[in-house]
Design a protein around this ligand. Structure first.
Ligand code: ING
Length: 314
């Protein structure tokens, strides 16, 4: 039996700081139409897909809030939802979420999953926020996600959608095996990940080829070790003077890259993903019930970071 979901990774090239949302949405709709022509059931967009990667600058509150969405869909994103419903495709969208919860204004780096009928079926808020909260003048460019976003408060959910079990991570989350494993323990079959990854480290030299390697290494390992498809989608290219990594990829449950973007511009790659492809791995090599031994993983002592055999707490 097979459960094919045809997935399109809709990579975006650079978005200028002053590029209107409407212009970006028009680019996204063009990619969605191409994906639909190629029989896609689902279109996956990058992290913070509607704007430039604004955490690269120190901004005042008003400047920063201009990059957030106070409603989703809002007037400027409604055309994307309408187009998706008209084409009969689902989509994933990363964006900066401004919301009110318990009387407080909250700001998150968020991703939503929208089904073929245009309903938001899932929301995830980025947990692993890289970078720093205060301006660091020694950096070539800033990475102020800890300044502009709160740590996500929705956990790592998995939803029944598109005929399978779908989860989402955002960018830096993919570097943390625990994030994939929490999804894996819920039987995830398809993990959607948007990313904005500078090709260079703002602080110290790191060869660009290594950034590209770590990007795919993280996603291929996450896919294989949890027997799930992983779709990683970049905001790529030279964006406001900073080179952003491309390399959008669709990775099979065996960790093989089955489709990869070649450009650092707007580009659609497509793969027919059989959600049953991970079943053998989940029943054998990564049969968690049969092989995982959590009782032997020891006690992680948060303060020291030491992993101690049970019963030997300091
Ligand atoms: N960007 C980068 C990412 O995790 C980064 C930041 C790059 C951290 C390389 C560590 C090493 O891909 C975002 N937005 O998380």
């Amino acid at each position: 039996m097979s459960r094919i979901v045809t997935v399109a990774a809709a990579q975006l090239g650079p978005i200028a700081r002053d590029e209107p949302r409407a212009a970006v949405v028009a680019r996204m709709i063009a990619l969605m139409r191409e994906a639909a022509e190629r029989s896609a059931d689902l279109v996956v967009y990058p992290e913070l897909a509607l704007t430039t990667f604004f955490p690269r600058w120190l901004l005042d509150d008003a400047e920063a809030d201009a990059f957030f969405e106070a409603e989703m869909p809002g007037p400027e994103t409604r055309p994307l939802f309408d187009e998706a419903a008209a084409l009969g495709v689902g989509f994933h969208l990363g964006y900066a979420e401004l919301t009110r919860e318990e009387g407080e204004t909250r700001r998150f780096n968020t991703a939503i999953l929208v089904d073929k009928a245009g309903a938001v079926v899932g929301k995830y808020r980025k947990v692993h926020l890289p970078g720093h909260a205060e301006h660091e003048p020694e950096r070539e460019f800033q990475h102020l996600e800890k300044r502009y976003f709160e740590v996500g408060n929705l956990g790592f959910p998995v939803w029944e959608a598109l005929g399978g079990r779908v989860g989402m991570l955002i960018c830096n989350d993919r570097r943390w095996p625990e994030a994939f494993r929490v999804l894996g323990l819920q039987g995830v079959e398809l993990v959607l990940i948007g990313y904005n990854t500078p090709t260079l480290n703002g602080l110290a030299f790191e060869p660009p080829h290594r950034r590209a390697f770590h990007n795919h290494l993280s996603m291929q390992a996450g896919a294989y070790q949890n027997g799930a498809w992983v779709v990683g989608v970049a905001k790529a290219g030279r964006e406001e003077g900073v080179d952003m990594l491309g390399g959008s990829a669709i990775v099979s449950p065996n960790g093989e890259i089955v489709a990869q973007a070649r450009s650092v511009d707007d580009e659609v790659i497509v793969a027919a993903c059989d959600l049953d492809d991970g079943a053998f791995l989940k029943s054998s090599t990564f049969n968690f019930a049969a092989h995982r031994r959590t009782e032997h993983y020891g006690l992680i002592v948060e303060t020291t970071g030491l992993v101690l055999p049970r019963g030997k707490a300091p």
